[in-house]
Design a protein around this ligand. Structure first.
Ligand SMILES: Nc1ncnc2c1ncn2[C@@H]1O[C@H](COP(=O)(O)OP(=O)(O)O)[C@@H](O)[C@H]1O
Ligand SMILES: [Mg+2]
Length: 583
């Protein structure tokens, strides 16, 4: 049986389109804010109820809609935004003319607007896409859109939504994202009548300053303490923003904020580029914090990829990718031995919440007069300033605790260093650098090490031996069942040669399937570094400790070990004084 082909009626087409454009309440909020931004508003208020399912209201003070355009605005593919046929050079956030028609076809929809400076405005009401009323009203300039009972006519979609709280959380996040991207616009979010987020407009400051202020609002002070500014340019792209240092990391990508020409982009390919940039500093299951803006000519990027416009295609993804990766690495290098402040804070809290110790401190303190304190303290301070050279951020080693931690004194306080983690980083960076420079220094073993292996392994080992040679390890086949190790890199010093070589062989076999040469090299060097590093539990002399600290200061990324854990924590004198109730 055949059926005649017919064109779907408008209300059905709109409902289908709505499924693509508005997935859930947050999509409505996003589209409405985009329209308000496009209308040059500088204040946007958002009110939601029941996670946006019951009601979403967006109020702006923008240009408004002309009376004649009012009914057009809710028609599908109706847009006032200037376009050329090729959809290139799109400078507005909207361009498809789909949002209002979609939203109004799946809700009880009210649009009131005034494009003049008088108080005469107009309001239309549509329910499930059908016009219910159109009347003049009193209204200040700007546009207010109210969306009630979203998806009331698509029960299947309604069922798929999550709890009110969760939907509200998604909305809060998107409002925060807009507030990071549009620094001159004031945003206020009210959830069930309660003001939950606000970002006042910031005037007369530089972009950098504004971004810092907004980021503090959105991410909190702590995040800023653990970020550095970035600004890098290539022929086609400008990237700028804030980079979280690796030790300040998270279990999901919610703290990655990425904008392309001010548009919020959540594109998997971008997240993966960022992860590549941080790969050396974070384990695969951790994510950094990042606020990154990419600016480029609009002809470099296609935003017409996804109905919700949160994916983009770059004409030259490769060059953007290398700019992002190189800039992130280069800038993280500047943080050198910067370990996240959060770790020191955690440590301080450990001290503070050790109540028993705290009791004792206070009891003793009461017995001693404060004047005694003062004089002792200033004596101490003089000595201290004389002895500590501010050139060395990690200070001078005083002692080693539990054969594992180096305690040193610097200008600002004391530093506790995890000797194994720190040394591992140093060895790793050195091995990598030498590998790339083709200058791994080798040492000939006075007594070559003979290692027995399964003869099947020995038969297949030729290729592995060649690669091992590039890493400074000279191995020869020695009979059917063994190999002989003649040289190893100097930096690995007196490691357990047998364990090291067996691990290296495993690693080389395992990494032979990895396509990325860089990743391969990183993995091999990382595994080698582990063997060459000072073990926890080894006693060290003061000179050796100082040597390690100096080398850390010279090594990029030494604030964290290869797995993103911090290599040291710093307790500032200021904080120590607080612990003792002196401040
Ligand atoms: N808040 C607003 N202020 C002024 N004009 C608006 C606003 N919201 C919508 N409009 C008008 O309605 C039109 C349709 O909006 P929409 O369906 O979102 O499509 P698009 O944003 O892609 O043009 C817009 O092009 C604009 O002219
Ligand atoms: Mg729009």
């Amino acid at each position: 049986m055949t059926f005649k082909i017919k064109i779907l009626p408008d209300f059905v087409v709109n409902k289908i389109a709505a499924g693509e454009v508005v997935e859930r309440p947050v999509s409505v909020v996003k589209e409405l804010i985009e329209n308000s931004v496009d209308a040059d508003s500088n204040k946007i208020d958002i009110h939601i109820r029941g996670g946006g399912k019951n009601e979403i209201i967006v109020v702006d003070n923008g240009l408004g809609i002309l009376e004649d355009d009012l009914l057009l605005s809710v028609r599908r593919h109706a847009t006032s935004k200037i376009l050329n046929e090729n959809l290139t050079n799109i400078s507005t956030l909207g361009f498809r003319g789909e949002a209002l028609s979609s939203i109004s076809s799946v809700s009880d929809f009210f649009l009131s607007t005034n494009s003049n400076n008088n108080s005469l405005g107009f309001e239309i009401n549509l329910t499930a896409g059908k016009l219910k009323s159109n009347k003049p009203i009193n209204k200040v300039r700007g546009t207010t859109i109210k969306v009630k009972n979203l998806f009331f006519n698509i029960p299947a979609r309604l069922k798929f939504l999550k709890s009110d709280n969760y939907e509200a959380l998604l909305i809060k996040r998107i409002v925060q994202k807009f507030s990071l991207s549009f620094l001159d616009i004031e945003f206020n979010l009210f959830i069930d009548d309660k003001k939950t987020f606000q970002s006042p407009a910031i005037k007369e400051k530089s972009w950098d300053e504004k971004l810092l202020l907004r980021s503090t609002k959105v991410l909190g002070e702590e995040c800023l303490d653990n970020s550095i500014k970035i600004s890098e340019k290539s022929e086609k792209f400008l990237i700028r923003g804030l980079l979280g240092i690796p030790t300040f990391n998270f279990s999901n990508s919610n703290n990655i904020f990425f904008f392309v020409n001010n548009r919020i982009v959540s594109d998997k390919s971008i997240t993966s580029i960022i992860r590549v940039a941080y790969r050396d500093f974070l384990t695969h299951d951790r994510f950094p914090q990042l606020v990154l803006f990419v600016d480029c000519s609009s002809s470099e990027v296609d935003i017409n990829v996804h109905p919700m416009k949160h994916e983009v295609r770059f004409r030259d993804l490769q060059s953007l990718k290398s700019l992002i990766i190189n800039s992130i690495k280069k800038n993280l290098e500047k943080t050198n031995h910067l370990a996240s402040s959060i770790n020191s804070k955690k440590a301080i809290n450990q001290f503070i919440f050790n109540e028993e110790a705290q009791e004792k401190i206070f009891l003793k303190e009461k017995k001693i007069k404060s004047s005694q304190f003062e004089s002792k303290y200033s004596d101490h301070k003089k000595n201290y300033d004389a002895h500590v050279n501010s050139q060395y951020p990690l200070g001078f080693a005083k002692t080693q605790l539990h054969d594992t931690y180096i305690i040193s004194e610097n200008k600002k306080g004391i530093v506790i260093t995890d000797q194994h983690a720190a040394h591992e980083r140093i060895v790793y960076e050195k091995l990598k650098k030498d590998y790339y420079g083709n200058e791994i220094k080798r040492q000939i073993l006075l007594i070559p090490a003979i290692i027995e292996l399964d003869n099947l392994v020995v038969k297949n080992i030729e290729k592995t031996i060649k690669i091992a040679h590039q890493y400074g390890v000279k191995i020869e086949i020695f009979g059917n069942n063994s190999i002989i190790v003649r040289e190893i890199p100097v930096i690995l010093g007196n490691c357990n040669i047998k364990e090291f070589v067996l691990d290296l062989i495993d690693e080389l076999v395992e990494t032979s399937n990895i396509d990325s040469l860089e990743e391969k090299i990183n993995k091999v060097c990382s595994s080698m570094a582990c063997h060459g590093s000072i073990r926890a539990g080894r006693n060290m002399e003061v000179d050796e400790m100082n040597d390690l600290l100096r080398r850390m200061e010279d090594t990029p990324f030494s604030g964290q070990c290869n797995h993103g854990r911090p290599t040291y924590v710093e307790l500032k004198l200021n904080d120590i004084e607080k612990l003792f109730g002196r401040k």
